[in-house]
Design a binder for this molecule. Structure first.
Ligand code: FEO
Length: 391
């Protein structure tokens, strides 16, 4: 893809990665992704903000054929999908100064071995003049690394937002269309940003009062109407959970499935929304998205040897690591002889700090008493949602 102008002073550079299937060798990328770099030309100086994943260095280098001189290379984030091509760009432009914050400098030196004399560090709120354009650096910590920062172009009211507010989406056009980008943006938030909800709310507050006419993230399309993505982040990170139960489950011989079916019907009868994920085929990103606003998680598992099925261990670990705003958790399933299901899964979801509602484990095929216990669990969940003002 060639460089694409956004406005007279700003050009979208970087690469669209249509074919990438996984990020961090973990996160599925059903829509591909992009690594956005932005060239900002002032009347006196020129700055390139971020680079690209080294796998796409040739794309960026070809785009830079139109840039004879580079005064500043700004590193907003030290993760290699944006920083990995910095050494090559610095080698191409020996005059360029690498501008970043002290924490990012430390990480960049650890990962990329960049000489000390190429750096200029900037404080939170510090400005850098390009002549008729001014870059203001705004620390936005923990979205999603400790050193992440944004760059505000004061005269144009444009925020280059780093990973914050982005989406893993490959597309040929520059700008975001709300109805197209929102699904991917929520998935991206769930997978990458959700563990840092508290910092996200603080960073959103920090941006309040700043006139932002356009947001240019490091992944995915540019937002010409920034309000919708800012509002969505505020809701996802700071809003109350919804009247929803997420049930990730697996069943080997049908016993756990009977209990999941019973719970699904019982919750629906009580006015509670249910989203179910059969872990034999479910996509981790879809589950993460569902967790963004779920008030309750119920994991369904049979016993394997003495503990839970390994696929539920993975999902319990993921839920604990992603830290959604879940208020209640429970576990259902069946066992033959081993009874470590609650110990193992309970430990993994402990970081959620959610209230554990009495689990229901059937010995073998669930009997009438087990199903009555499932109905009682549905009663409890509905009552908890009602008390929390969600139902
Ligand atoms: Fe897109 Fe955290 O790198």
């Amino acid at each position: 893809m060639n460089a694409r102008p956004i406005m007279p002073s700003i050009t979208l550079m970087g690469a669209v990665d249509w074919d990438r299937k996984l990020f961090d060798s973990l996160i599925p990328l059903p829509e591909g992704t992009s690594y956005n770099a932005y060239l900002v030309r002032g009347s006196e100086k020129t700055a390139l903000v971020d680079t690209v994943d080294p796998a796409k260095l040739d794309v960026l280098m070809a785009q830079l054929d139109t840039v004879d001189h580079l005064d500043y290379l700004v590193a907003q984030h030290a993760e290699q999908d944006h920083s990995g091509s910095i050494p090559a760009v610095l080698a191409r432009y020996p005059e360029a100064i690498l501008v970043t914050n002290p924490k990012a400098k430390e990480l960049l030196q650890e990962h990329l071995d960049i000489p000390d004399d190429r750096f200029r560090t900037v404080a939170d709120g510090e400005t850098l003049s390009l002549g008729d354009k001014t870059l203001r650096f705004i620390y936005l910590p923990w979205v999603h690394w400790p050193e992440t920062m944004g760059t505000y172009i004061e005269e144009d009211h444009v925020l280059l937002s780093c990973d914050f507010l982005g989406s893993h989406r490959a597309q040929s056009g520059v700008f975001a269309e709300r109805h197209i980008v929102m699904h991917g943006a929520k998935r991206y938030y769930a997978e990458i940003m959700m563990p840092f909800r508290g910092f996200i709310v603080k960073n959103l507050d920090k941006l309040t009062g700043l006139q932002i006419d356009m947001i240019c993230p490091s992944h995915g399309p540019v937002y010409k109407e920034p309000a919708f993505i800012l509002d969505a982040y505020r809701e996802w990170a700071g809003g109350p959970p919804h009247n929803k139960v997420v049930i990730p489950f697996i069943s080997m011989h049908g016993s756990t499935l009977k209990m999941v079916d019973r719970l699904t019907a019982a919750l629906a009868d009580r006015g509670v929304t249910v989203e179910r994920f059969d872990l034999t085929t479910a996509d981790l990103g879809d589950i993460a998205m569902s967790l963004v606003d779920a008030a309750t998680i119920v994991i369904g598992t049979p016993a394997v040897l003495t503990g839970p099925h390994p696929k539920t261990i993975e999902i319990a670990y993921l839920a604990g690591a992603l830290r959604p705003k879940t208020k209640f958790v429970s576990i259902i399933g069946s066992f033959g002889w081993g009874q470590r299901i609650i110990d193992v899964l309970g430990g993994l979801i402990a970081p959620l700090k959610a209230e554990l509602l009495t689990p229901v484990l059937a010995k073998g095929d669930p009997r009438a008493a087990d199903m009555q216990a499932i109905d009682a669990l549905a009663d409890t969940i509905a009552a908890k949602h009602h008390e929390a003002g969600l139902l």
